[in-house]
Design a protein around this ligand. Sequence first.
Ligand code: PMT
Length: 400
Amino acid sequence: MLKGKTIVIGVSGGIAVYKMCDVVSRLKKLNANVHVIMTKSATEFVSPLTFQSLSMNPVVVDMFEKIQKWDIEHISLAKSADLFLVSPATANIIGKIVNGIADDMLSTTVMATKAPVIIAPAMNTNMYNNPIVQNNITKLKEFGYNFIDPEQGRLACGDLGIGKLANVTTIIESITNTLINNKPLDEKKILITAGPTREPLDPVRFMTNYSSGKMGYAIAEAAAMQGAEVTLISGPVNIPKPSNIKKYIPIKTATEMFEAVKENLSQQDIVIKTAAVADYRPKIYENQKIKKSDGDINLTLTRNTDILKWIGMHKNPQQYIVGFAAETNDVMENGIKKLHNKNVDLIIVNDITSVNAGFESDTNCVTLIDKNGLKQNHAVMPKKELAYVILDYITKQISK
Ligand code: PMT
């Protein structure tokens, strides 16, 4: 997704430096070219060798013996950056940048860059709330620098309050959102289904599954971020609806989802069916609460329409259709069967028995299989990042 993008990361000293190892590693997985500049104090927390191994690029550290190279390096790194991230940013580096003090490699390079700069502060609560620091942040914002606010929590000093470095996923999202400003899905209409369905049995009971909606909502939000006009049809979930989508249709049952899909399908360029739709519903809905008795009771279930299969039969040739397959066994075989049975362009297979994958988890681990049999495996990553990876794949396919 970030292929061809160069991200320069300035790491200043603080306990949160260790989190940047994960940031660098995830950016590499998204194919970015990453360069790390460390202040001397940052090297007290994590060795430059760690960042060098993760970024696969030499790490520049502020040391006087390298002073002869600064001129060359700070200009070339500053020029090559598509984005400059300062994280964790101490009160010290923020103070230097706002006052134009360029006395080390990081402050010099950040001053020389024309790339967008994102600053993620991390420091003690009292320092962060200090009016001088707040004033510096306000001034930098006025100059056009972007900030990722720190979070509340227990800080390294033992205090509780604001000052914790933002979480890694928030940092990655902020980078991708800043870099993906060319809106590759501009004017595309995308229908996404997400979450579970509920199949009622009586006024107080229903059959459902564990889908949280996280995967589908992440795709909906990322697609809208990339310029798409998103219609999200969602089963009942407990997560906030993405604020940037065009149309939101809440449904409860598979039948309601089917009706909403039929009504909206013809206008769409792309359909992504992330929802976990119940294959069956109770054949009889009891208008009154079913009373318990001493013995067992038998439930008869009847088939719901396979919505994705119906779409596969009724789509027009220009529409690109994506299904998900949640599998527990013979994962690839079953995924491929669904790809063909449902006549979709792409099936995204998740082995829901894997750790940190599938239902409810914030992360997922999938294999993309297209109708020509091409497979692309993806290691475990946050659903919010995977959403961009999936959309990137689809964008490339539809622009062929
Ligand atoms: O919501 P989360 O907690 O984030 O979890 C994400 C997820 C695990 C639900 C998601 O990644 C996923 O795998 N979704 C598909 C789940 C599923 O129901 O898979 P399936 O193999 O039963 O169905 C295959 C495809 O057919 C799916 O695209 C499904 O939407 C569609 N289908 C299934 C049955 C049906 N009656 N109609 C359908 O359209």
